[in-house]
Design a protein around this ligand. Structure first.
Ligand code: ZN
Length: 688
């Protein structure tokens, strides 16, 4: 204790208890001095295969129902291109500044308090611990792309402070230790208290950190919670019931199972996904939580969007391990419901701020859109799992839509400000401050950081017969086929600004396998050649299977037509009636007031895409603007309607309304509100 006289008696007693607790932990968990990834005496050896260094975002190596296997994050180096500024700033600015904010907002003092090292009261919401774990996961992914001793030292100090408060029975949660111990794991606490949500994030953070460094310390603490506290006491009768108040533990348990091989962890996830009928929870609660009733009985997307996405991730993971067909049926039903009636054109989900929830079918308001950054990330994570199951490019298309738009908008270009909501229209006069460095509910910032940190791991997968190319950016893969043949792939491209991608395939020795090259669903024309010889069969929205005997240096040339497109919504989307959105490549474009001639109000402009939108919107690469981007110029119309404070309704007089041409400039949606938050809209009035 640094300052004895400031330590209360209660805290002193807590400290003494914690010190005693640590010294009485079972021998198998004593890790001090153990070399990395080497079990200490009595410690549970991990049975994971491949070893920690070779595991991907998910370790699907032994998942019997996965068609594709993740490659390790470290196998891909993303070089200069679209994502590198984002990833650099994530490491140099976002992760360090978020660390400082987590500290200054008391998130670590919550841990220190319990061992008498802080006098600060418990601060933040019930899920405050998860902010630390998500940040740790972001660091874990970053360290998989290269060691950073200082960042690693900072993180290890935090990990030591986290595990110092773990109780002898494995329990760990700063909110329900000490004063609130009696509330622990009560049904009411499980539905709203996020205890298992926190542990799910702890497991994910611990696993990413383990895969970066081989360091088991946090992972072992997670195993202690699961094996010593959770499994002996909670589960099917006669144990006490579990309800997943905010799904997340399901994914954590299954990824843990993929490391330990302990099937009880998988079974526990299955039990949680099934819901426990002993609890008799009100229907409005099970809808909101997207849990508490059998996952396989669900028929539509509803309730809290992030909860629904994480539940779907867990259920897909469960299906990849078990092959239980009722899950497959439900997952498809939910995916179709979401993508045909409840997803924004940006890949964002969650229409309502009330309950941060999915709305009814086609309820997709623009100004009021919630589109939480976490929900778009959850959408991408779920589709990644569906893709691994099937190899179907329709899932990759949704991932790309979310990643380049509804996720990428969530972090400012300088890496220090974050959106919680990602609306599709914005009016600053409402007083809404859209980008902020910190939220008391700060789920989104570290979620964005872990996503950008993990990007290399999403670019490729392997399958029994070859390799899948999912995403395009300048990059180098150094990995191997599933038959063990070494494989390097180098991509050269300006994607998404243009659609030319060159992919150099270099197996360690000439061998026959299939390269599944993704043809994005948004393009109308795609040409593919190998060593300049045209390959037929490229279809948008599919992987083109190129099977041949590949020799080192063979090169695939892909050319996707990238032109401005006018997008219309299903007529049932009332908010988009008479409006269109502009898309170019994977990017959704928006009008931001700051780019338009002064005095032009976005509510009065209309655009005319003509028969060939490609002719009506002129692309220009602007190196000087917002990190470099293609803007679109368009000659639109502005309706001059003199505003009056006096009347709300008046007679429409066509003769008096005047229309004039106005030059409009569109920017990619992800970049909006990076200068100042001015009016913005994605769906624009159609000029008739
Ligand atoms: Zn969030």
């Amino acid at each position: 204790m640094a300052d004895q006289k400031n330590v209360s008696r209660r805290q002193f007693v807590t400290t003494a208890i914690s010190a005693a607790a640590l010294s009485t932990l079972p021998a198998r968990y004593v890790l001090a001095g153990a070399p990395r990834n080497t079990p200490a005496e009595g410690q549970v050896p991990l049975t994971d295969s491949p070893g920690w260094k070779d595991q991907g975002i998910e370790n699907l190596t032994k998942s019997p129902h996965a068609k594709l296997r993740d490659i390790p994050v470290r196998a891909v180096t993303i070089t200069t291109g679209f994502w590198s500024p984002r990833r650099d700033i994530n490491v140099s600015k976002s992760i360090p500044s978020m660390h400082d904010l987590l500290e200054s907002n008391g998130r670590m003092n919550n841990f220190r308090r319990l061992v008498g090292k802080s006098n600060a009261p418990q601060i933040g919401p019930v899920f405050a611990d998860s902010d630390i774990y998500k940040w740790t996961e972001a660091v874990g992914f970053v360290l998989q792309s290269g060691d950073r001793p200082q960042l690693r030292a900072t993180t290890e100090k935090m990990i030591d402070e986290v595990i110092a408060v773990q109780e002898p029975d494995g329990y760990l949660n700063t909110y329900y230790q000490d004063d609130r111990k009696s509330l622990r794991m009560l049904t009411q606490t499980q539905t709203t208290g996020h205890e298992l949500y926190n542990i799910g994030h702890m497991l994910q953070g611990a696993i990413a950190y383990y895969r970066a460094t081989g360091d088991r310390k946090l992972l072992d603490a997670g195993i202690r919670f699961v094996d010593d506290f959770l499994m002996p006491n909670y589960g099917p009768a006669p144990k006490k019931p579990i309800v997943s108040g905010h799904p997340e533990i399901e994914m954590g348990l299954i990824e843990l199972y993929r490391i330990t091989g302990d099937k009880r962890q998988l079974d526990l996830a299955g039990y949680i996904l099934g819901g426990d009928s002993r609890l008799q929870l009100p229907e409005r609660r099970t809808i909101y939580m997207f849990s508490g009733t059998p996952f396989t009985a669900r028929t539509k997307m509803e309730g809290h969007a992030v909860r629904a996405m994480y539940a779907c991730c867990g259920a897909t993971d469960y299906y990849m391990e078990t092959g239980d067909d009722s899950y497959w049926k439900t997952l498809n039903l939910l995916w179709n419901d979401m993508t045909t009636t409840k997803m924004y054109v940006t890949g964002g989900v969650g229409s309502r701020s009330d309950g941060e929830a999915f709305g009814d079918a086609y309820e997709l308001p623009n100004f009021r859109a919630y589109g939480e950054s976490c929900a778009a990330i959850g959408n991408m994570m779920w589709n990644w799992r569906m893709l691994a199951l099937t190899g179907d490019a329709k899932f990759t298309d949704v991932m790309e839509r979310a990643l380049y738009n509804g996720i990428n908008s969530g972090m400012s270009l300088d890496g220090t400000l974050y959106c919680y909501r990602n609306p599709l229209a914005f009016d600053p006069s409402t007083g809404d401050k859209i980008r902020n460095p910190w939220y008391d509910v700060t789920c989104c910032p570290p979620n964005l950081e872990r996503t950008f940190g993990s990007l290399p791991g999403y670019m490729y997968s392997t399958s029994a017969d070859g390799v899948y190319v999912h995403f395009f950016d300048n990059s180098e893969l150094d990995w191997r086929l599933e038959n063990g043949v070494g494989l390097k792939i180098a991509q050269k491209t300006n994607y998404p600004w243009d659609g030319d991608v060159e992919i150099k395939v270099t197996p360690a020795q000439a061998s026959e396998f299939t390269v599944y090259a993704r043809i994005p669903g948004w393009t109308d024309r795609a040409q593919v050649a190998v060593n300049r010889e045209t390959i037929s069969g490229a279809k948008p929205g599919q992987y083109l299977a190129i099977r041949r005997r590949w020799s080192p240096g063979d090169t695939i040339q892909m050319k996707f037509e990238v032109v401005p497109q006018a997008i219309e919504a299903n007529p049932r989307v009332a908010d988009d009636t008479g409006r269109i959105a502009i898309q170019r490549g994977p990017l959704i474009y928006c009008l931001e007031e700051i780019d338009q001639p002064s005095g032009v109000s976005l509510s009065d402009v209309a655009i005319n895409p003509g028969r060939r939108p490609a002719d009506q919107f002129q692309p220009e690469f602007r190196n000087d603007l917002l990190g470099g981007m293609v803007v679109l110029h368009h000659s639109g119309a502005v309706y001059e309607r003199p505003a009056s404070d006096k009347i709300l309704y008046g007679r429409y007089d066509g003769a008096q309304s005047k229309t004039r041409r106005v030059p409009l400039t569109f920017i990619p949606y992800y970049a909006w509100a990076n200068r100042q938050a001015t009016s913005m809209q994605v769906w624009n009035l159609l000029q008739t």
